[in-house]
Design a protein. Structure first.
Length: 232
């Protein structure tokens, strides 16, 4: 029902995220019964990095800030997600090939010059129980700008995860999309907490050091949030 509305929005603003796009994403989250709680605002400039659990992360962060995304090139052809990604001003990167890293960094730097960009530096999705290592390559594009670490934590509303339920909610990319969409819809009301950290200035930061520092921040925030859940 909502896709034609977003297609109309895309025709009005095809070159990047829009306010109407954010409204559309919030309607999708409402339909999936996912409620977002952010500890603070997402940065209005620079690079925003977050752990990656599911395709719903794109909706979560896209509902909070008019920012472009970075995604692997295969996402362009995925059902529904590819269309939504293109509509939201996503930068698709080709990981393989000679000189691809330099091209990715240059392309991301150009997008950052126009506004905030959201990156999932794990390069894949995790199971929601832990944060995977961050790939440092694209952090080089943030030289002279800010990087804001953000942690994403999902939790069923008013209860704990049942055994195996957290892993089922996460999406590893090998799961077929449509069955996983039904899994998300059947999970019942879910709360998503966004733990935001103050943006980090990158004037003299090495990309590997910056990636490691951001990873520590996200891991600590994720561990604190999940341990608090276990005590509830």
């Amino acid at each position: 029902m909502l896709l034609p509305l977003r297609l109309a929005t895309y025709r009005l603003a095809p070159n990047g995220p829009s306010r109407l796009g954010m409204i559309y994403i919030r309607l999708l989250l409402w339909g999936l019964r996912i409620k977002v709680y952010a500890d603070g605002p997402l940065a209005s400039e620079g690079l925003i990095i977050a752990n990656h659990i599911s395709w719903t992360d794109i909706l979560i962060l896209g509902s909070c800030q008019q920012a472009a995304f970075v995604a692997k090139s295969e996402v362009r052809g995925w059902p529904l997600l590819g269309l939504l990604a293109r509509m939201h001003g996503t930068l698709f990167v080709q990981r393989e090939g000679r000189g691809s890293a330099q091209r990715q960094v240059a392309a991301l730097a150009a997008v950052l010059a126009r506004g905030p960009v959201i990156l999932f530096p794990e390069g894949t999705t995790g199971n929601g129980a832990q944060v995977l290592p961050f790939r440092p390559t694209l952090f080089a594009a943030a030289a002279g700008r800010t990087v804001q670490p953000v942690a994403i934590i999902y939790r069923p509303r008013n209860r704990k995860w049942a055994p195996g339920e957290r892993a089922a909610f996460a999406w590893d990319g090998d799961k077929p999309f449509w069955p996983h969409l039904l899994t998300i819809a059947a999970a019942g009301p879910v709360d998503c907490r966004i733990v935001t950290h103050r943006p980090i200035r990158t004037a003299s930061a090495d990309r590997k050091e910056l990636a490691a520092a951001c990873h520590r921040i996200v891991c600590d925030a994720h561990a604190n949030a999940t341990s608090n859940e276990d005590r509830d």
